[in-house]
Design a protein around this ligand. Structure first.
Ligand SMILES: O=P(O)(O)OC[C@@]1(O)O[C@H](CO)[C@@H](O)[C@@H]1O
Length: 398
């Protein structure tokens, strides 16, 4: 499989571009949202104000000398990027750095009263407890009467579109109105996904957002385990709060409890999940690299081995898609298989489009989307894709 010549990296230094608006507008909005969410004392509030000035007008500054992960971040680029504007660096790096600096400002890692307090927890819980979640869980009652293939489709679609529920995204989501001229699903390899599930082995799911994305992800996992489509699932979550709504282990526990406490069929899904966790068939994992400012091309050895040995790795959401394809401006018709050829095992992307990066689309689809919606289809969260590379990491034909 030819690896195409690398396309340009996304940077945040083009005024008017989506990456620039995230750094210049969304991050300040997130700081204000966090500042208003908690009665932080004068110290963290001053630190948040300093971060606001630094991330919009300043340069990368090293983590405090005593930071537990300072060496790791120096290796990830903080040492070489020190002194440079956030806008002149790889956009993925600056975004990830922002969330690490935000946690520093609110004392998330420092010993003390605020250690481990998720600054995004109020928003996550509001979403998890929202009436929409009740409605989505109640919809499970109707699934029981569906033919198996329809139930498969419904639960996969729930996981896919759950990615649209993204708290940070809503802060400035443009979104196109209803009645888009092209089907919302711009690529659909779902048949290839189901063909990858032989009834045994391990599925890795690289989760994205908590709340109303994690709930349908867990429902899909429960379904796959209960139906014997897979023996075991490793659920990769973030080691600490990230990108506003990204899921941590605490969010997994909240979601499993929320599912189990719901009436009707949902309660049985909750029991399946709880039992699978106690039996080691559903294993949460919070690897440091899951919050790294790097593409998956730089996966560390242990994760490469894990994904290589999995039957399939399902990569959820926009940020993980960006990491999967290197956060580069590929021509949208660049084959997904070519760009993901070096991923260590079979990989499936379930993603709603919220940033400029996209690959693997038919030329006719791109033409119709551009004609109908300009470029908004790329970042509005109104369109989604299911893309599969079943051959990466597997020996090719002799
Ligand atoms: O991974 P998610 O939750 O689907 O999307 C997160 C995300 O869209 O929000 C960022 C903008 O703040 C994007 O850069 C990033 O890809």
């Amino acid at each position: 499989m030819p690896t195409p010549p690398a396309a340009p990296l996304l940077l945040g230094n083009e005024p008017g571009s989506f990456p620039h608006s995230v750094l210049a507008e969304r991050h300040p909005a997130i700081i204000r949202q966090v500042r208003d969410s908690f009665p932080y004392g004068p110290g963290p509030r001053r630190a948040l104000d300093a971060l606001l000035a630094n991330c919009t007008r300043g340069v990368v500054e090293p983590l405090p000398a005593g930071a537990h992960d300072r060496d790791r971040w120096d290796d990830w680029g903080a040492a070489s990027y020190a002194g440079r504007s956030w806008f002149d660096l790889p956009w993925l790096w600056s975004e990830s750095w922002f969330y690490r600096c935000l946690l520093e400002a609110v004392g998330y890692f420092a010993p003390g009263a605020w250690q481990g307090v998720d600054p995004f927890r109020p928003a996550k819980l509001r979403e998890l407890d929202a009436p929409e979640t009740d409605r989505e869980l109640a919809a499970l009652d109707a699934l029981a009467d569906l033919p198996p293939a329809d139930r498969d489709r419904a639960l996969l679609a729930g996981s896919l579109w759950g990615n649209r529920a993204d708290l940070g995204f809503r802060l400035s989501a443009g979104g196109t109105g209803p009645g888009a001229a092209v089907p919302d699903l711009v690529a659909d390899d779902s048949d290839a996904f189901w063909a990858l599930l032989p009834g045994s082995g391990t599925l890795c799911l690289v989760a994205d957002n908590a709340g109303r994305e994690l709930v349908p992800d867990l429902l899909l996992i429960a379904h796959l385990l209960e139906q014997g489509r897979i023996d075991r699932v490793v659920l990769h979550v973030k080691p600490y709060p990230y990108y506003v709504s990204d899921a941590t282990t605490a969010d997994v526990l909240d979601a499993v409890r929320r599912i189990g406490a719901a009436p009707g069929a949902a309660a049985s899904y909750g029991r399946v999940l709880w039992q699978a966790m106690t039996e080691g068939r559903l294993v949460p994992r919070a690897h440091a690299f899951s919050a790294a400012p790097l593409p998956f091309a730089e996966l560390p050895g242990d994760l490469r081995e894990e994904f290589a040995s999995a039957v399939v790795t399902v990569v959820k959401g926009d940020l993980n898609y960006r990491r999967l394809v290197g956060d580069r401006r590929w021509p949208p018709t660049t084959p997904f298989a070519d760009v993901t050829a070096r991923f260590p095992g079979p990989v499936v992307a379930l993603r709603t489009l919220k940033s400029d990066v996209v690959t693997g689309l038919d030329p006719a689809t791109v033409k119709a989307l551009d004609a109908a919606e300009g470029s908004r289809w790329r970042t509005g969260g109104t369109h989604a894709l299911i893309q599969v590379n079943a051959t990466c990491g597997r020996p090719g034909p002799e």
